[in-house]
Design a protein around this ligand. Structure first.
Ligand SMILES: [Cu+2]
Length: 291
């Protein structure tokens, strides 16, 4: 009588193990792709590579502190669950304990999570502080979100331009589908860029993962953030606040170039976008007092 019962029990275990094995194998075979700079790749595991000091801090916080804690908590809770399933099921443990309270245990499982959260909060707030305190900036770019495109203005150079997603039929070799845009914003490498963000219609969100930048674009409000890109390249982002029908089709593209290339682009852009020169950018006249 015992033998068939036991074998059934073990078959079930083997089923669970086989399932776990298959899962592990499929994940391995799927070939996880590690992150790249500037854009996401299919099958990516982890965050995009960082291009700014703030993003490096974010990654250190995420990979060095948050992820290990998440792993430890998941393994601990998973182990407790397995113990309950296998040691305290009805078959193995026919007469259950009638225990309902354990003060020590209740105090422990309240205080331990609080301590874990405090431990996480300290580096998290330090990071937030680094992001919120804007250092001396070299350049200002004003970013305005619209349904469904972005406008980039260079106030000190007196022009702005719109940046739309490239349609599939306009893609050139090397262009990333649904990320490439007609007019990229360009900034010099190793310069601190002040980013002023607003919107004209609904709330959008300006997000560039490799820069570690994400800030809401709110109509009637000017939000500020900053970044200093330390590697040349092209960095993509996307609107990160659901803003209507074409929310998924208003990518953000920043090209980070050398000082010389930036100067060349600036000269070109001034000519190309001269029609967009706005009166309030064009002259450096003292601001008119408003009341
Ligand atoms: Cu959006």
């Amino acid at each position: 009588m015992r033998f068939p019962q036991n074998s059934g029990h073990w078959l079930k275990h083997r089923g669970v193990l086989a399932l776990l094995g298959a899962l592990l194998l499929s994940v391995t075979l799927a070939g996880p792709v590690f992150a790249q700079l500037g854009h996401a790749v299919p099958g990516q595991i982890g965050l995009q590579d960082s291009a700014t000091p703030i993003d490096t801090e974010i990654r250190t916080f995420y990979n060095g502190i948050l992820t290990p804690i998440i792993f430890a908590v998941s393994i601990f809770v998973g182990a407790l669950l397995l113990i309950v399933i296998f040691r305290f099921n009805e078959k193995v443990n026919p007469t259950p304990s009638m225990l309902t309270h354990n003060t020590t245990l209740e105090v422990a499982w309240t205080i331990v999570p609080v301590l874990i959260l405090v431990f996480i909060a300290i580096p998290s707030f330090r990071l937030l502080d680094h992001e919120l305190v804007i250092p001396k900036t070299d350049l200002t770019v004003k970013v305005t979100g619209h349904q469904w495109y972005w406008t980039y203005a260079y106030p000190s150079d007196g022009f702005d331009f719109d940046s739309y997603i490239k349609a599939d039929k306009d893609l050139k070799p090397g262009d990333l589908r649904q990320l490439a845009v007609d007019n990229e914003a360009v900034v010099p490498v190793n310069k601190t860029v002040l980013v002023q963000v607003t919107a004209t219609d609904v709330i959008h969100s300006f997000t560039v993962p490799s820069f570690g930048v994400r800030i809401d674009a709110v109509p009637g409000r000017l939000n500020q953030t900053w970044f200093r890109a330390t590697k040349e390249g092209i960095y993509y982002g996307q609107c990160s606040k659901l803003c209507g029908e074409n929310h998924a089709y208003m990518p953000i593209a920043f090209r980070v170039v050398s000082d010389a290339d930036y100067a060349a682009w600036l000269a070109d852009a001034k000519k190309k976008f001269s029609a967009n020169a706005l009166p309030h950018y064009a002259d450096a006249a003292p601001a008119v007092a408003r009341n």
